[in-house]
Design a protein around this ligand. Sequence first.
Ligand SMILES: [Fe+2]
Length: 470
Amino acid sequence: MSDPFPSNPFAEGNFAPWLEEEDIPDLRVEGEIPESLRGSYYRNGSNPPYPPGPNYHWFFGDGMIHAFHFEGGRCSYLNRWVRTARFAAQRKYGAAIFGGIGPKGSPDPRAEGVSPNASNTHVIWHAGRLLSLWEAGPPHELDPITLETRGIHDYDGDFYRVRADQRNPDVMTAHPKIDPDTGEWIGFGYSPVAPWLVYHTVDREGRLTRSFELEAPFPSMMHDFLVSAEHALFPIFPAVFDFEATSGAGLPLVWQPERGTRLGVLPRDGRVDDMLWFEHEGCYSFHTVNAQTRGETVIADLFIFPHGPLAEGPETRPPTLRRWTVDLAGGGLTEQQLDDAPAEFGCVDPRHVGKSYRHAFTLGSVDYRNMKGQPEGFNSLFHYDLELDRREVHRLGAGDVAGEPCFIPRAPDAAEGDGYVLSLVYRRSEHRSDLLVIDTQDFEGAPAAVIKMPHRIPFGFHGSWRPAGE
Ligand SMILES: [Fe+2]
């Protein structure tokens, strides 16, 4: 096949899938991988195995995991598709049998009865399991070394058993938060079906401890949420599911900024009636950074678009980092823009999730005149020191595109933000990828190590780190 994916922008350039599975035992390295960096970096992304239809959207390709294993200053690589039911069905027919989105993307009849779970969005290590995540179905468990798919992880059947009478049996999140003190995994789910919102928690042993419905004000596409040590925060943006008002291609969403944005604040151990709601002007966010509770004040940092998701046109703007401050004692929600440079896909020191924190690492762009927030525009990595109100920039070469940063502490007792940032970078001029290891003590300088891939790795979504020995 000379050009197997010819008809869609999400199948061209570095969006195009990588169609080989391989093992590379010892990648070439420029610089030095720190000896203390021992463990595995995983990244998930959308990677359709067969030419999809014209209505294909990047959000709906089959998940492929790329793994980089670090040991003794060396790095090996392998990649595998997640063996979902839909992947197996496509292999059986040798064709893409799932369409895109909207009526024009209706699936092939051969997809009838096959779960659409693409398992393509995130991959995390929790309670001794490597889990590939999708937000409309349960995780898939993978072998952390070989990436062999072990199967659907349904929490020993509890995922469906405890919610058998609910209207949204399949909702999950691709953006759980892990409490650094308790090891608890906190998640949510959203749905076009009332009551539109679900809350999940899993304890450090991997047992599903909560999974119940909440009540949202309207059915919103909410890709991420926030957690502090005391609260779970549910941002409801006015990108509203409406299957009657939408037709043809695209997500079944209408942008209704007049509804405003709502933030639900739930005590982590609360029930439906404990949710407090706060109002804000209509805006949109795909991704959050971190939250903290200080007495009666809750602080939430997230990337905000001033308009609806996936908008295109002269009025579209890239997302920027903003801080919401919520007064639980009867005040409202106020917003502060922390920086005017475009930023997205952020992380913090995992030991500070849900807590007071100072350092955040994000994708960024410093010359963004024509940049609307698409992945191609993120030509830098940012380090925000929120205490000093300062931004450091790790600028890539011309045409290069950064991947989501992943922060790893230098040592268990290192200061917050002292460690390494990994980022899978696309080198446009070479049509190839490198994994950067940036020392945060010299964030703007040359990377400590550039791990050279012999080929490109497609633009993807999210990744994370598993320390060796866990
Ligand atoms: Fe995401």
